[in-house]
Design a protein around this ligand. Structure first.
Ligand code: G3H
Ligand code: 13P
Ligand code: ZN
Length: 309
């Protein structure tokens, strides 16, 4: 069944747990995520970035999600992640494929972000969809998302923004960033800021850039790597430790966005498959291994967000 964000996040908000939002780009990532959700009987948010739509096409991705929603018993949200292109977001809302959209106006001036968010929230609500907004800038780079500096969310501004725009969820900047290179020193989120935002803002809060970038995944990725420079760079990658994710959920985060961890798991499984069998040329074998790796990492995340396991 396809539902909107409110259906899942309002309950999570009350219950002090979070729902995982996982980026999908193709059949294998979608099936990998849904298999994990099914095995734990947990709802998940499937999200596509503008880059994913460019890569696979909206209709293809939407058809895959529609089939998954028909076949599974767990509730799914189909959500547009980091929508920036106003015309594309309107097209997504009109398409009838999605149940939720994000408008990322974080790089706009406060008033302009507020005005555009409000307009899109009205359009989304008229179709029974939810709208996630972003205030404050989240650093980092992944294809279409790129910012050199973060600008942490101001709690007072967040309160005014939510009241004015009627958005259903708010993405906040509290120290995470997109991609695999999140911290140069010790990973640390601004939990005091999060507490203050949660005190003033009533809607569910969203943590972007929440991948853990685990060391053993990195090791698998650069096993037998001959390009030494690349290996050194990968060694420097650092994500958000599980303990900080738990802390963030305890103090108000209800939706946690994960993309990089899926990419790392998928790619290291495929890479290992080729290292183990250089003659392999059946895509079903290596893509199947990538898909299973996605299921494993998503199961771990679901347990972490629910405080289980
Ligand atoms: O938050 C950003 C997502 O990871 C999207 O990345 O634009 O490379 O698909 P992408
Ligand atoms: P990661 O790069 O940490 O996986 O963050 C993904 C994200 O925020 C998608 O919106
Ligand atoms: Zn994000």
């Amino acid at each position: 069944m396809l539902v909107n964000l409110n259906k899942l996040l309002l309950r999570a908000h009350k219950g002090h747990y979070a729902v995982g939002a996982f980026n999908i780009n193709n059949l294998e990532t979608l099936q990998g995520v849904v298999a994990a959700a099914e095995s734990l009987c947990a709802p998940v948010i499937l999200q596509t970035s503008e880059g994913a739509l460019e890569y696979a096409g909206m209709e293809y991705l939407a058809s895959l999600v529609r089939v998954a929603a028909k076949k599974t018993r767990v509730p799914l949200v189909f959500h547009l992640d980091h929508g920036k292109d106003f015309a594309l977001i309107k097209q997504v809302i009109r398409s009838g494929f999605y149940t939720s959209v994000m408008f990322d106006g974080s790089r706009l001036l406060f008033k302009e972000n507020m005005r555009k968010t409000r307009e899109l929230a009205m359009l989304a609500h008229a179709r029974g969809m939810t709208l996630e907004a972003e205030l404050g800038v989240i650093k980092g780079t992944e294809d279409k998302i790129s910012a050199n500096e973060d600008l942490f969310t101001d709690p007072q501004q967040a309160a005014e923004f939510v009241a004015e725009t009627k958005c259903d969820a708010l993405a906040v900047s509290i120290g995470t960033s997109h991609g695999a290179f999140k911290f140069s020193g010790t990973p640390k989120l601004d939990i005091e800021r999060l507490k203050e935002i949660a005190r003033l803002v009533r809607v569910p809060l969203v943590l972007h850039g929440a991948s853990g970038v685990e060391k053993h995944e990195l090791e698998k990725l650069h096993e037998k790597c001959e390009v030494v420079g690349d290996c050194e760079r990968l060694n420097a990658a650092k994500g958000v430790p599980d303990s900080q994710i738990r802390e963030a959920i305890k103090f108000g985060i209800t939706k946690v966005n994960i993309d990089s961890d899926l990419r790392l798991s998928f790619t290291s499984a495929v890479r290992l498959a080729f290292l183990n069998d250089k003659k392999m040329f059946d895509p079903r074998i290596y893509l199947g291994l990538g898909r299973s790796a996605v299921t494993e990492i998503v199961k771990k995340k679901i347990k972490l967000f629910k405080g289980k396991g």
